[in-house]
Ligand binder design. Structure first.
Ligand code: FES
Length: 210
């Protein structure tokens, strides 16, 4: 059987197969060297950075002002832990990338999508959910949603309530145009936008009276 031109060594020089073999070996050597460096760096940093997993790890999360112990795998999102372990089911799993706004919560007073944040990264931070706006004295935002009928199926509503509360805390005198702009990260499949805007304007004017 004749060698293919690419494997014929009789002409001298460096054939393709040898080249691939050689470059493969070089790549493997580089990878090994990089791997060794990464392992050395990880060993060095492990003195300061805690390592978790791969199994369940017990951590404490501060949620709605209370320290709560939970068991998490490194892959678990904050949303999974809130809903499945802490029974805080206000934030909803609608979009995996947080684009619906349905899993909105506060982390250290900043708006965040709970399904795009790993629970482990919330250790030492303050998490606040829509449930913090309920209780004996209902916050003005959910009150206005009720008054203005700002929901249908209600699946998007907790995310909207958190987003509205966060937005109006920052811009208490927002205009309708500003509210529309400020809430463009939240989606409602039932199309309740008009009533949601009315609820916001009601809060701007001082909330529901009487
Ligand atoms: S009320 Fe149904 S998705 Fe918004």
């Amino acid at each position: 059987m004749k060698d293919s031109p690419y494997t014929n060594t009789s002409r001298g020089g460096f054939n393709r197969r040898e080249f691939l073999r050689g470059s493969g070996a070089a790549a493997a050597a580089t990878a090994l060297a990089n791997g060794a460096t990464a392992v050395a760096e990880a060993a060095e940093s492990s003195d300061t950075i805690p390592l978790y997993g791969p199994g369940l790890t017990k951590i404490t999360l501060n949620v709605n002002g209370q320290d709560r112990q939970v068991q998490v795998e490194p892959r678990m999102s904050l949303l999974e832990v809130l809903r499945n372990q802490l029974q805080l089911t206000g934030a909803k799993p609608v979009s995996v990338d947080g684009s619906s706004g349905a899993s909105s919560v506060w982390i250290d007073d900043k708006l965040a999508s709970a399904n795009t944040v790993l629970a482990l990264t919330c250790v030492g931070r303050k998490v606040r959910t829509v449930e913090s706006l309920g209780g004996h004295k209902l916050d003005a935002v959910p009150t206005a949603f009720l008054h203005e009928d700002g929901m249908q199926c209600g699946f998007c509503t907790p995310g909207f309530v958190v987003a509205v509360r966060a937005f109006l805390d920052k811009y208490p005198n927002a205009t309708e145009a500003e509210i529309r702009q400020g809430l463009n990260g939240n989606l409602c499949r039932c199309g309740t936008y008009a009533n949601v805007i009315q609820a916001c304007l009601e809060v701007v004017k001082g909330g529901v009276r009487g």
